[in-house]
Design a protein around this ligand. Structure first.
Ligand SMILES: [Zn+2]
Length: 259
């Protein structure tokens, strides 16, 4: 006997097991907030979609690297000298690397704001474990969540803000102004990145499975959807967003967020 709620058909129209009832627990990934706590599309389809998204991010990262290239040796040397060849946060001399304070793969958005890229203004010396964990995260969110490494290297907020002030001053800003600028840029990067996924999904999978989850992500994080869609959305994205069905779902979702 098939118990209701235990089986589901994959919602991906290109699914290889299209139409087949699949066991919910073994064939669908957990997903908070979804019906029965599982994703709409089966594990196989999810892996496929996800690997394509990842391939695209990697391509974009590569393209962005080309904008800035690598920091010149001259800029690296200058920054290392400023900090006495020590890590800006730990003060260590061993294993120091040169870190881009605003990640290089924030690309054009950061360059537009005058805060990113390979300029010596955007470089600080960091030991490798810190540089690696910082990666392309928002530096401020990164430091806030740096629990283990923070303890390991005895890093305090005061030390962090000294470094921020130093970088901000190079941009003729206060630490506070600089933080706002970095955060604004971060949200722009996020908006562009998620919209690219949405555009891609609509273009390549114009199936009945619509990328609502990305819309919910924007709503949850208080993005102005009109602005985001008009700025980064493809023709199809705009069509999708302004469709009656989508508008209705958005209204419902907004109402559920208010509860
Ligand atoms: Zn499937």
């Amino acid at each position: 006997m098939i118990k209701r709620g235990l089986y589901r058909r994959c919602a991906e129209s290109t699914c290889k097991r299209r139409g087949v009832l699949l066991h919910l627990e073994s064939n669908f990934y957990r997903h908070k907030g979804s019906k029965n706590g599982r994703r709409n599309i089966c594990k196989q389809c999810y892996a496929l979609v996800n690997s394509e998204n990842m391939k695209r991010s990697a391509e974009k990262r590569k393209a962005n690297m080309k904008i800035g290239g690598k920091a010149s040796n001259e800029n690296r040397k200058k920054v290392l000298e400023e900090f006495g060849y020590r890590c800006a946060l730990t003060g260590e001399l061993e294993g120091v690397t040169v870190d881009h304070f605003v990640p290089l793969d924030w690309g054009k958005a950061a360059v537009r704001e005058g805060i990113g890229g390979n300029s010596s203004k955007n470089l600080i010396p960091l030991i490798e474990p810190l540089n690696k964990s910082k990666w392309s995260n928002n530096p401020f969110i990164w430091f806030e969540n740096l629990d283990e490494l923070k303890v390991k290297y005895g890093l305090c907020d005061q030390k962090w803000w000294t470094v921020v002030e130093f970088v901000a001053a190079k941009h003729n800003m206060s630490a506070f102004e600089y933080k706002i600028k970095v955060n604004n840029c971060y949200w722009e990067v996020i908006a562009e990145k998620y919209m690219e996924i949405l555009n891609y999904r609509l273009e390549n999978y114009p199936s009945k499975y619509k990328p609502y989850s990305i819309i919910w992500f924007f709503l949850k994080n208080c993005f102005n959807l009109d602005v985001v869609i008009n700025r980064f959305g493809s023709k199809d994205a705009k069509k999708f967003y302004y469709a009656k069905e989508t508008c209705r779902k958005i209204e419902l979702h907004k109402a559920s967020l208010m509860e």
